[in-house]
Design a protein around this ligand. Sequence first.
Ligand code: CP
Ligand code: NVA
Length: 309
Amino acid sequence: MAHFLDLNDAGADAIAAMLNDAMDRKAARAGLPRGAPDADAPLKGHVLALVFEKNSTRTRVSFDIAMRQLGGSVLLLDSTSSQLGRGETIADTARVLSRMVDGIMLRTDDHAKITEMAAHASVPVINGLTDRSHPCQIVADLLTMIEHGKSLPGLEVAWFGDGNNVLHSILEAAGLFKFNVRVATPAGYEPDAEFVEMARSGGAIITLTQDAAKAASGADVLVTDTWVSMGQAHAEEKLAAMAPYQVNSALMAHAKSDAIFLHCLPAHVGDEVSMEVFEGAQSVVFDEAENRIHAQKSVLLWAFGKLAV
Ligand code: CP
Ligand code: NVA
């Protein structure tokens, strides 16, 4: 068993194995009802606790459906109805859940809480988003890029807007798979230097710029996310600073003609992305959303020690 708090916990070889497994499983179950198990039901009898301290649609549904397809099941806890909301410690929660379930997915505000959960759990802990990173999203994003014909080494990925948790995991992936990232943000909203350094030390070329058109020029993949992440204040000053970083047709025109547009969702159409791009032919955001299921099945198999690497 292994924790999946960030992409580096698995590393490039295991993530490559996850992507291959995800593509194979996705193809093999074509035509089955969504809740029907894969033929081998590799996690039969396993229960995953889904613990949410923040809202979710995709993460919640995709982990539930992923576990059903692997032959297992989930149970759901949130901070308002569990004892976490009344101050029971993460450490005690980790030890109790480890006696009752086979694995834990946690979505939380503070990344320190998930490292605390992992330190005290004797079952795999999976990061379903923290303020620092969103690794499961990026496994799905890599799968989506590959499915759309993009080969990762040397790929030019461009990010626009806020230097947030999703960007951090993209940078981590860039270091592992040697693709390049042009990061266009307003001053003061750059990603944490730790992730930029991590990517560069892995061999990725990372460009930080305040010029959105420059970042888009010749890009293969354009990515954005909400300008205000969960738990952040809706500051008018921030929204004003973000306005020049909207992904719209004028910006897409700088990219390669076969470039794709990714967004982890939920989207705020009219803010970080224009309607014409979001609904346009280059947008693959709903493939990306579906791929959360397929990618996470392979993350789960890896965490449960059932994926050959
Ligand atoms: N992309 C993503 O994690 O979506 P949810 O917040 O709906 O889970
Ligand atoms: N950056 C966003 C991602 C949501 C899936 C947030 O943290 O709210």
